[in-house]
Design a protein around this ligand. Structure first.
Ligand SMILES: *[C@@H]1O[C@H](CO)[C@@H](O)[C@H](O)[C@H]1NC(C)=O
Ligand SMILES: *[C@@H]1O[C@H](CO)[C@@H](O)[C@H](O)[C@H]1NC(C)=O
Ligand SMILES: *[C@@H]1O[C@H](CO)[C@@H](O)[C@H](O)[C@H]1NC(C)=O
Ligand SMILES: *[C@@H]1O[C@H](CO)[C@@H](O)[C@H](O)[C@H]1NC(C)=O
Ligand SMILES: *[C@@H]1O[C@H](CO)[C@@H](O)[C@H](O)[C@H]1NC(C)=O
Ligand SMILES: *[C@@H]1O[C@H](CO)[C@@H](O)[C@H](O)[C@H]1NC(C)=O
Length: 245
């Protein structure tokens, strides 16, 4: 469809409104970063995140995060599992994941918004993580009170009670468990093959044709017998009505 004058008017109204909004926006929140945040340095300084760092590095998630921290106006919140958390995983839990799933697991530990510890208590659950996307909302739930926050995936619940860093645009909180998303580690949906028809099929395969042919006939016979009995009852009913009247 050709652009109508009306839509041009609407477009320009919209543009001027959004320009107006943009012009006003910077006044409210504190002007963002004084310089790029070095996320790697925050983790290295923490001293117990060697596995997390190497996973972020291996999957090249680091660059993406640092760009995002640098460019996002919302900031970022990252839950950093300790080395202990990774060593408590079932062996093979990580190796069972594809490269793509490892990235999703890491992104599940990140919220695309800066939250102070106390703000985590005010969120509405579930909070979408960076891993949300085409496959749906991969959320985390936060509960707790005062300065004690619990984060839950549905499979794993762990306390968040201190911060490696808590200054806009980046908050980093250590967690003692890897946050396992149900999407990757939950029970697989039951396979769609119902066992009943399979058993029937195999038993009818075993039994020979005379058996299968014989089976329905008793059914027919008994149905026929029932009809005869019903007929008799009705007949008797008519007879007795006739007698009474
Ligand atoms: C960030 O910190 C890491 C570890 O301390 C360091 O190796 C790296 O050079 C730093 N990057 C920048 C851009 O400063
Ligand atoms: C990141 O991986 C590269 C190789 O891909 C390696 O040279 C580098 O040392 C790694 N850095 C960290 C911090 O693990
Ligand atoms: C962060 O932003 C600054 C300026 O906005 C830019 O010079 C720097 O390269 C960016 N760093 C990253 C890691 O994107
Ligand atoms: C997260 O919270 C929402 C809303 O309260 C709830 O519906 C959902 O079941 C919770 N999920 C988990 C895994 O606790
Ligand atoms: C937080 O999680 C821990 C288990 O890690 C549990 O013992 C505790 O009761 C939870 N607290 C709240 C407020 O849900
Ligand atoms: C079919 O079943 C009858 C008895 O029900 C048996 O005598 C006959 O051998 C069977 N035939 C085959 C091919 O299994």
């Amino acid at each position: 469809m050709a652009t109508s004058p009306l839509s041009l008017v609407l477009l320009s109204v919209f543009l001027s409104l959004s320009l107006h909004a943009q012009a006003q926006a910077p006044a409210a929140p504190a002007p963002a970063p004084s310089g790029p945040v070095n996320f790697t340095a925050v983790l290295v300084k923490g001293g117990q995140f060697v596995t997390f760092i190497s996973l972020l590095n291996k999957t090249q998630t680091f660059n993406q995060i640092e760009n995002q921290i640098n460019s996002s106006s919302e900031g970022m919140t990252i839950f950093a599992p300790t080395d202990n958390a990774f060593s408590n995983l079932k062996s093979g839990a990580l190796n069972g994941l594809s490269q793509q799933q490892q990235v999703q697991l890491l992104q599940y530990h990140m919220l695309p918004k800066f939250y102070s510890l106390s703000n985590l208590l005010l969120v509405s659950n579930p909070v979408p993580t960076q891993a949300s996307g085409q496959e749906g909302v991969w959320g985390l739930n936060f509960t707790g009170q005062s300065n004690q926050v619990n984060v839950s995936t549905g499979l794993v619940e762990v306390q968040v009670n201190n911060a490696l860093r808590q200054d806009f645009p980046l908050a980093v909180y250590p967690v003692d468990k890897v946050l396992l998303p149900e999407e990757l580690f939950g029970a697989k949906p039951p396979s769609a093959s119902p066992p009943a028809p399979a058993t029937k099929g195999s038993s009818s395969g075993k039994s020979n044709s005379s058996d299968t042919a014989a089976e329905p006939s008793p059914g027919k016979n008994s149905a026929g017998g029932r009809n005869v009995a019903l007929g008799l009852i009705f007949g008797l009913g008519f007879v007795s009505v006739g007698i009474l009247s």
